[in-house]
Write a protein that binds this ligand. Structure first.
Ligand SMILES: Cc1ncc(COP(=O)(O)O)c(C=O)c1O
Length: 367
């Protein structure tokens, strides 16, 4: 079963974006302003620590997926003709970014979403003129991803003019992070060791960061964060609730899985979102909540760990009817991920000179 929507008006969906102050900088080579990084100074069981948050909700299109959409578009642009239509499977954020590029280039676009995609992001795709197809048959692996992909395969068979960027296997996805997001983050952090937490769905962000860390050796401990029930890093599949994080199958970018990786429950992710907003006014999405929950867990487990950095994929604005709705939260067990944690201050970032370009193939930083 699926629901199809007509194209909507062009108004952007409104809503609040909560977060720290915006500090413009330059993203590596793209000419696009860098997303802000804030330092949340905490006391965890009376030990002072720094929680760094890179807020991708401030990126064009409201999420980290704008970077991926740009890369995918460049990859397919040579194949776009007058009769081309683009289709992509998405939990929402990539669909929104692709819808925006598609309307700019006057190419019809269809986003294949599922019932977990938030109503706000679906409405935003439609408002840009994108079509949405909602598949609602569970895939038997805890989500809808396999149903979404099955639908796309069927459409591709019937419509030769249809173009599928395929964010799940296109190297442009991890490359956007290896050459863009990761060096940009490095330029924004003090040059000290930190644990960098990355949420996993297609695995594109984590694979891109892994490639950057291997090549540039920034001194980061890179940790993948997934949800209970996700097979993205090779784990056991089961029911999942949150959009944007986790997958019904293993990441094609990380066929060997990834270590270290940690998992959180939906209740932990949501508890972290609510705690962060109430104690700092910074609003982040569900997958960012998963990262913050892991960060607090790590600070508590290893008191000598003084710095953890979370790459927060999106902001609160698409989660007002879910994570930030007390009524919606009633379905989750009550957990408190912030036991023994006190916020001391929220500080603005420094923007240092960007590091030089990275040669990934040679595995070294170019001079
Ligand atoms: C909300 C959200 N969480 C997490 C991620 C990380 O996903 P991926 O593994 O597909 O790079 C994304 C997408 O980048 C996202 O939009």
């Amino acid at each position: 079963m699926m629901r199809s929507t007509a194209t909507g008006s062009r108004e952007r969906a409104g809503g609040m974006v909560l977060g720290g102050p915006y500090h413009p900088g330059e993203s590596q080579g793209s000419g696009v302003a860098a997303t802000p990084v804030v330092a949340v100074k905490l006391s965890v069981n009376d030990v002072p620590v720094s929680l760094w948050l890179k807020l991708e909700g401030y990126a064009p299109h409201g999420s980290i997926k704008g970077r991926v959409a740009q890369g995918l578009w460049q990859d397919i642009s040579g194949r776009i003709g007058p009769r081309t239509e683009i289709i992509e499977s998405t939990s929402g954020n990539l669909g929104l970014a692709l819808a925006s590029l598609a309307v700019r280039h006057r190419v019809p676009f269809t986003a294949v979403v599922d019932p977990r995609s938030t109503a706000a992001v679906v409405a935003a795709i439609q408002s840009l003129g994108g079509r949405t197809i909602t598949v609602d048959t569970p895939d038997g692996a805890g989500g809808y991803l396999l149903t979404r992909l099955g639908y796309i395969q069927e459409r591709l068979r019937d419509h030769p003019g249809l173009l599928w960027p395929n964010q799940y296997a296109n190297p442009a996805n991890p490359r956007a992070h290896a050459l863009g997001t990761a060096p940009e983050l490095r330029a924004q952090l003090p040059p000290r060791p930190t644990s960098v937490l990355v949420a996993v769905s297609t695995g594109g962000t984590l694979a891109g960061f892994r490639d950057y860390v291997t090549a540039a050796r920034p001194g980061w401990e890179l940790i993948g964060v997934d949800v209970v029930g996700s097979a993205a890093l090779g784990g056991r599949r089961g029911p999942r609730l949150l959009p944007g994080i986790g997958a019904s199958r293993q990441s094609a970018f990380l066929p060997q899985g990834y270590r270290p990786a940690l998992r959180v429950s939906p209740a932990e992710a949501v508890s972290a979102c609510v705690w962060l907003r109430e104690s700092t006014d910074i609003g982040v999405g569900a997958s960012s909540g998963a990262l913050v929950a892991v960060a607090l867990r790590l600070f508590r487990a290893v008191p000598s760990r003084s710095s953890v950095t979370c790459l927060c994929p999106d902001g609160a604005e698409h989660y007002l009817g879910t994570v930030y709705s007390p009524r919606w939260r009633e379905r989750l067990p009550v957990v408190d991920v912030a036991r023994g944690v006190e916020v001391i201050a929220v500080e603005s970032p420094r923007f240092d000179t960007l590091p030089g370009p990275v040669s990934l193939r040679e595995g070294r930083v170019a001079p």
